[in-house]
Ligand binder design. Sequence first.
Ligand code: FSX
Ligand code: SF4
Length: 299
Amino acid sequence: MKISRREFLKWSAAAAVALKLNFDMDKLNTVMAAESDPPVIWLQGASCTGCSISVLNVTNPTTIDNVLQNKVSMKFHPNIDTYSGQSAMQAIDNAASQYNGQFILVLEGAVHTGSNQNYCIIGQLDGVDVTMYDAVMKYGPMAKYVVAAGTCASFGGVAKAGVNSSTCSDVKSLLNGKTRSSVVNLPGCPAHPTVLVQTLLDLILTGLPAIDSYNRPTKYFSTRIHRSCPRKETYEARQPGVYGCYEEIGCMGRSCASNLCPSSTWNNNRGWCIGVNHPCIGCASPQFPTSPLLSARGD
Ligand code: FSX
Ligand code: SF4
């Protein structure tokens, strides 16, 4: 049987995964994704890595193996790359230089600004510490598109909550006026996997999507959850865990915009917060985390 080089590489990657072999995803993607497409560099700052976990679990529009093998040329991702230390930082720097003005920079997590930005050092390049702030300010202006993945990167989120003693900032405030196009905010704690992957594909295939005043794609953030919630007009629940509408106990569905939560839901369409009998905590809101539920618990 005759197979193409592309098929051979796909089978090799699948076999390597099955056998738990260590293979260089960067080199593989360099070959398999279209070289003319904008590659992706993904960096993590003040986050819990939840947005990366979310994207690794994507099922719609396709699964992560197909994304990484055929759709997106991922030049660097902290959790799936085999690089570490100097070679990781060098890989990021090389990719940014090689694809200057062409790559998509995905930033996950908020960015520490105080104490010389030293609360978040992401690595060393030639013996010099590189902070997340340094990386954002260096690579942000070089990128064709900048995507803020998750509420922390979009609005500060959990990382910036309360008195913000670690001086976290959202991405857009730091890069204001310094990027080649508007920062695209994809809030959600974590960001929805379909929103993340489809937005990357939209950027690659058609360019910047329509965005609202919070820089969110209107395609995913035009509707508040309450508007399409199936619990409207149902029994008013007095506590989580029982079926009903949670308005009386602080549901944030009236103020939180997220088209996919009530429709596509989460976990391969298995469920969503209200669907499993918990009020919406507004995790995609610019004000998150300020849910009355969280305050009531003293968080
Ligand atoms: Fe924040 Fe995300 Fe919440 Fe965690 O990118 S949006 S804490 S799920 O990982 O940064
Ligand atoms: Fe609205 Fe929340 Fe009640 Fe759903 S559970 S109808 S989002 S208040």
